[in-house]
Write a protein that binds this ligand. Structure first.
Ligand code: NAG
Ligand code: CU
Length: 232
């Protein structure tokens, strides 16, 4: 069933119509202005995805903009989220990762290199043993979740990623839409976030959650790629 893939191909000339970015953080229900606390991504106008899981742009997608943002203050245990530029057009899954800024630098200056990223949130598909699959991120324009109370105080990068899977039956067919926000947690806890992974590095192009035919046979189960969510 290739209809969705061909719809995407038709859109190539006008891809900005179908695709999406993550320009705003949402903190305790307040949506910040676009690109204020999220680093402006290379694709802020054309909205094209990253498709190479080993490309440096998988991290924050800022190789051309070299963007810094202003760091937003957030109390531990707050609700946080992202607002998209336009609603999610492709069937896929959401992951949110964070990385703690090391001593001696700031969220604005840090590149997020190394085994530093842990997962704080994910939204997968709903499966039921192979009779159907549905994707709760369809048409999503914003999402929010609670930060773990045990998250230590300090500055962090927070990275949202939607992996569009409609063409993922081919290797490198999955499309990564992503962006990195900058936050400073106050009143945090004593948790020890992990497991820690590098981005890029965390994914393999042939990971069965990334290289997958979501149409046929209908997947009986699905597990978001990357480490388990750290819940504090
Ligand atoms: C989406 O981004 C474009 C720039 O590509 C901008 O012109 C437009 O105003 C943005 N729309 C929304 C709803 O933020
Ligand atoms: Cu598309």
């Amino acid at each position: 069933m290739k209809l969705t893939a061909s719809t995407c191909a038709l859109l190539v000339a006008t891809q900005a119509l179908g695709h999406y970015t993550f320009p705003s953080l949402i903190i305790n229900g307040v949506t910040l202005p676009a690109w204020q606390s999220v680093r402006r991504t290379n694709n802020w106008e054309d909205r094209n995805p990253v498709t190479d899981v080993n490309n440096i742009n998988l991290r924050c997608y800022t190789s051309q903009t070299n963007a810094k943002a202003s760091t937003a203050l957030v109390n531990a245990g707050s609700k946080i989220g992202f607002a998209l530029n336009q609603s999610i057009y492709h069937k896929g899954v959401m992951n949110v990762y964070m990385a703690k800024v090391p001593q001696g630098t700031t969220a604005a200056d840090w590149d997020g290199a190394g085994n530093v990223w842990f997962k704080v949130h994910e939204i997968g598909p709903i499966t039921n043993g192979g009779s159907s699959i549905s994707f709760p991120t369809d048409d999503m324009l914003r999402f929010e979740f609670d930060l773990p109370r045990a998250l230590p105080s300090g500055q962090y990068l927070i990275r949202a990623e939607h992996i569009a899977l409609q063409e993922a039956a081919q290797v490198n067919g999955a499309q990564f839409y992503l962006g990195c926000g900058q936050i400073e947690i106050a009143g945090g806890g004593n948790g020890n976030p992990g497991p820690l992974v590098a981005i890029p590095g965390v994914y393999d192009a042939r990971d069965t959650s990334i290289h997958i035919d979501i149409y046929w046979p209908v997947p009986a189960t699905y597990r978001n790629p990357g480490p388990a969510v750290w819940r504090g």
